[in-house]
Design a binder for this molecule. Structure first.
Ligand code: PEP
Length: 251
């Protein structure tokens, strides 16, 4: 089964003003008129979700970069998935290495994933090794990150799970991973999912993230066997982000 492409833009803690955020979102929205086979998600900081809630339409979606697993409560400074849902948020990035560095454990990530999917949203689950050792121990690391993230997730919600493979050494780097190495890893991830869920795992999309740009994106999709990307820096440059979307859409 050929999956629709999925391109996710992670804006992180950018841009500095609401006007800039509006401009990026409206440029992307305009470009989506000619995009047929690709879904796009933009994930701005929380405070821009409300002013941008109107951009989600057709194959353009809004995503968040985090949320709390609880529905509501005395949790100062936190936001819940059901609160996000009301602002048209349909995707949430979870397990990003930057949040893991801030102290998010596998257990917290797993709790959030279960909460996201049961709230009717889609979870973009980031996994990836920090180094590629010669013995290939990183394969075991990726497998265990996937197993912990998806532990006890109800199988009926598997189609709301997206795995974003992001090797930490490629995030924010000058160069992306080599497509042949990506192919090896995406085949491995597909096998890990299949071993756990059989044919049900086929609905889970696998994305790649790490220094994706308009130059390397075609080869990464074509040779890396992924169905899209999680894009950092380039998602804040609308021209380049749109170019990535257009290229992916033509493959
Ligand atoms: C990221 O932070 O998830 C990421 C992929 O960043 P960049 O595209 O800038 O490498």
């Amino acid at each position: 089964m050929k999956q629709r492409k999925l391109i996710v833009g992670n804006w992180k803690m950018n841009p500095e003003s609401k006007d800039e955020a509006r401009k990026i979102a409206s440029d992307v929205k305009r470009a989506m008129k000619n995009i047929r086979k690709t879904n796009v998600v933009i994930c701005p900081p929380f405070v821009y979700l409300s002013p941008l809630s109107g951009v989600s339409k057709g194959n353009l979606f809004l995503g968040a970069q985090n949320a709390n697993a609880e529905r509501l409560g005395a949790l100062t400074g936190e936001v819940s998935f059901s609160e996000l849902y009301q602002f048209n948020v349909r995707f949430v990035i979870l397990g990003h290495s930057e949040r893991r560095k801030m102290g998010e454990t596998d257990e917290i990530i797993n709790k959030k994933i279960k909460s996201v999917v049961s709230s009717g949203l889609n979870a973009i689950v980031c996994v990836g090794e920090s180094v590629r050792d010669r013995n290939g121990d990183y394969f075991g690391f990726i497998r265990s990150q996937i197993h912990s993230a998806l532990k006890d997730v109800n199988r009926k919600f598997l189609d709301r799970i997206i795995i974003a493979y992001e090797p930490l050494w490629a995030i924010g780097a000058k160069e992306a991973m080599q497509p042949r190495d990506l192919l090896e890893t995406s085949i491995f991830i597909r096998k890990v999912l299949k071993d756990s869920y059989g044919s049900l795992s086929e609905s889970i999309q696998i994305l790649y993230g790490g220094a994706v740009d308009k130059i390397n994106c075609a080869q990464l999709i074509e040779e890396g066997n992924v169905s899209g990307f999680l894009v950092g820096r380039e998602s804040l440059r609308p021209k380049d982000f749109i170019e990535i979307i257009k290229i992916a859409d033509q493959i």
